[in-house]
Design a protein around this ligand. Sequence first.
Ligand code: PMP
Length: 388
Amino acid sequence: MKTSRSYLSTKASQLKPSGIRRFFDLASTMDNVISLGVGEPDFVTPWNVIEASYHSLEQGYTAYTANAGILELRQLIADYLFQSFQVKYKAEEDIIVTVGASQALDLALRAIIDPGDEVIVVEPCFVAYAPTVTLAGGVPVPLETLPENEFKLQPEQIEALVTEKTKALLICSPNNPTGTVLQKEDLNKIAEVVNRHDLIVLSDEIYGELTYDEPYTSFASIRGMKERTLLLSGFSKAFAMTGWRLGYVAGPTELIQAMLKIHQYTIMCASTMAQHGAIEALKNGRQSILEMKKSYQQRRNFVVNSFNEIGLECHRPGGAFYVFPSIKHTGLTSEAFAEQLLQEEKVAVVPGSVFGKGGEGHIRCSYATSLKQLNEAMKRIKRFIERL
Ligand code: PMP
């Protein structure tokens, strides 16, 4: 029976469905599709991690954990952040284990945003950013990065967007969808503007392990920035654990403690068995990460070279597992390109337009799939371009 009014909130009814899903749904109805569409590793979680999780269940660890997560895991995360990125956090006070980096982002925004506060969102970016800002009551302000700058944000762009309502800057390096990595000198310049305007930075470092050319620098490790940074990360990407739904946020004690209150009322704690897997991942996972990384690097090189040979200009991204070639000269919109490529050659890619400002004119291709599949996909894309 139809009710006389809609019970949906304005926020919920105004949310648009993710543009990525539509392509997955279409691709899933077709046979013999090669998908370069998904944003997750093609590797299965390393066996020792799976086993540790099994064992935790066998030993009866089936109850809630501490709200902020198992202390041993938080200590391992603190050690890892210190050893890898030289940022020092206290396990007891400065870290929360979350349901993926996704929840870390949501928590962070809910803890800092008052209605109408502006958050500068560096685009093209992960599709969840702007909607999550809106749901928290904030106003996302897009900052468009450009291919001629290899999609690196320029500090003067922040300057141009700052108003008295600006509270935060949301960055992601290595970036999804461009793969761009911000180097230490880029971060130093951003830090200077952030300082001047008294902003807080949400730094999504979920792909921080996956850099191929130069060592990774965390934004929190830049001088004076630890106090202004909420570092969002997790186990999904480098540890091949997307389905475990485990991430974390590290930051200044006052903010983390406020986030913990929201977390304890809304989520209680992240999955206990997943936390036990993550403990093993941090204790003994280094070798598996290095092997996966080597494989991604090889695939990146192959895909970047192939796109440039085909004539789809593609910068060489330093990290993550995406390339973002230009399709501008084909005259097609990214959506039409992706749709025709899928129908005619059965290769699924994601139209750049779904990633916000600056995404149009590009397609996102994930190379987290086997070299054999990538080889076949590139042949099909070449055929498609030749026909256009
Ligand atoms: N940030 C970025 C940039 C991502 O690409 C993703 C996943 N696609 C996430 C966050 C969410 O990660 P998680 O699985 O940890 O929630």
